[in-house]
Design a protein around this ligand. Sequence first.
Ligand code: NAD
Length: 349
Amino acid sequence: MALSLPSDKALVPFVSVENMMRLVHHIGIEPMLVDLTNVIEADFRRWPVFDKTPRVASHSRDGVIELMPVSDGEIYSFKYVNGHPKNMARGLQTVTALGLLAKVSTGYPVLLAEMTLLTALRTAATSALAARYLAPKRADIMAIIGNGAQAEFQALAMKAVLGVRKIRLYDIDPAATEKAARNLSDTGIDVAVCPSAESAIEGSQIITTCTADKQLATVLTDNMVGAGVHINAVGGDSPGKTELHRNILLRADSFVEYAPQTRIEGEIQQMAPDYPVTELWTVISSQAQGRRSASQVTLFDSVGFAVEDFSALRYVRESLMGTDYFQNLDIIADPDDPRDLYGMLLRAQ
Ligand code: NAD
């Protein structure tokens, strides 16, 4: 892939939050979600070329800080991301992130970007990608349980990629549901505000759980999940932080991003190490089957994997061409004579 901008080899394009928002509106939110779904799908199709590792997590009482590196041999990327469920009560985001792309041939960074917004977009795109292969045919009603920062992105990706037309919202905090319903009111989605999780999932062919709580929670119990449903479990993404009762996992066919990471962080951390899972890339590259029957319960046990960030950052870099939605940062010391780093410092006096 060509990585051209900018012309000075040592300046690094930086996409601030403000510029990311301008870029998203320039492309259009739904078109960008479709594009991201397609670029992530293309990268999942070439999965074996990636040098992969479960993310490096630093856990504390209130949350987790993670580094997510990956490389395809030409480009390297990493994301810094946190997950702090109690932040919301302090007026802070549960999840914030920033990311970097670099050229493997020189090790020089070629993009630095905010990734709080980009993570919400890529997570929603990955949900839509999984649903493309796993959801029942012509699914058009989805429940979203947990109506925080990720919720509207999840709704819009399912609309743009799958054609979901009705969203049933539930959150333990009615203010979160009101916020999501308000934000989705002009999107062409028919939104229903529901009084309980049970009522939200009534008639839904897709159930997205997107809650934040640093515990083994039970947002869904087995008796709530009807035959043929696709569950998109987004919020259980760290050790000791899950959303589904384990009996659901005994009944469902589980699909994951990268099994070594999901066994540590996903819903399946509740299961034995040999609990069978299918990696999504094998379905996308026709090596494994996705949905087999109308009555099958499918589960996408989403935790977020570095390849999705790699795809999203690469897409952002390509999309910057011909725009001014970035600033060039002077963050790489690059003297004219590579051996004269000290001389460069001296001359600056
Ligand atoms: P947020 O804090 O903005 O929103 C979470 C919402 O869940 C809140 O409105 C809260 O009231 C609600 N909630 C908590 N417990 C609930 C319950 N039992 N039933 C119903 N609602 C409940 O968080 P966010 O940024 O929207 O993230 C949601 C979750 O998704 C987090 O756990 C986060 O770590 C995770 N996440 C996963 C990925 C991934 O790739 N899988 C990416 C981003 C975020």
